[in-house]
Design a protein around this ligand. Sequence first.
Ligand SMILES: [Fe+2]
Ligand SMILES: [Fe+2]
Length: 302
Amino acid sequence: MAADFTRPDVSPFTPDMDFTPGTSFIRSHFTVPAMTKLIIFTDLHMVPEGTTIIGLDPAERLAAGIDHVNRYHADADQVIVTGDLAHRADRTSYERLKRELDKLTPPLAITIGNHDRRETFLDVFPETVTDENGFVQRVIDFDDCRVVLLDTLFAPPYDYPNSHAGLLCDIRMEWLDRQLETAGDRPVLLFMHHPPHATGFSGMDQIRLINEVEFYDLVKKRGNVLHIFAGHVHRTISGSSRGIPFSVFKSPVHQQPMPFEAPDASLSVDEPAAYGIAVMTDTGVLVHTEDYEIAKREAAVA
Ligand SMILES: [Fe+2]
Ligand SMILES: [Fe+2]
């Protein structure tokens, strides 16, 4: 039964209410509009069994993240993965990745990044929704937002350095335009592997989305994008570009180190793994980053 907020003398809490982590207390007991909750993973960089990245096992790191999501956010409306799924885009790694992702409780939506190969990925994940042109991008509508996943993969061929940058070709830009145009009253959340703006890291900025001016011209013209979510940089970064706020999340595996001036875009460091949480509210969107390897420790009163 829904709580009655018009009766302040009556407690909305009853003994049968379940406060267990992962249960949706608010939704089941209060009369409030649905607020979409999204979990965001990026840059999974799966490798074949027995191999590592700077000594780290991507499967182990991801498995811990999936356990954490299933424990605390089993009620999430969607888990979104924003690319760099397999470190070297090999079939064995995609198959290993699929075995891990299949353990997620909430529904899954995926797009790809510069480390991926579209055909190999789709071969191993044939249930993936693509657009009518075969790009790994899709729309998911919720009551309070439209989620749009974009496929920013430029390569193959992988001619360094340009092909590791992101691109939304004319076909994909037209598709995006249509999705923004038909969003109705829903604010749009964009999810893409490559940030469409600089993040301050000299190496990574060389390989960001290369047609950012056209991208922002379109987004600003439509005027309904509430937030942009990206990966690629392997670091928690937030800010705004052209007046539109963005969030970039860490990888579950290797992270981008300081300083800003990096001699090599692949320079990486072992820092705690993370995923993102986005929750729609009646006034906007909340964005959290969850360093789940730290957060697994028991809480105590400070
Ligand atoms: Fe990456
Ligand atoms: Fe990337």
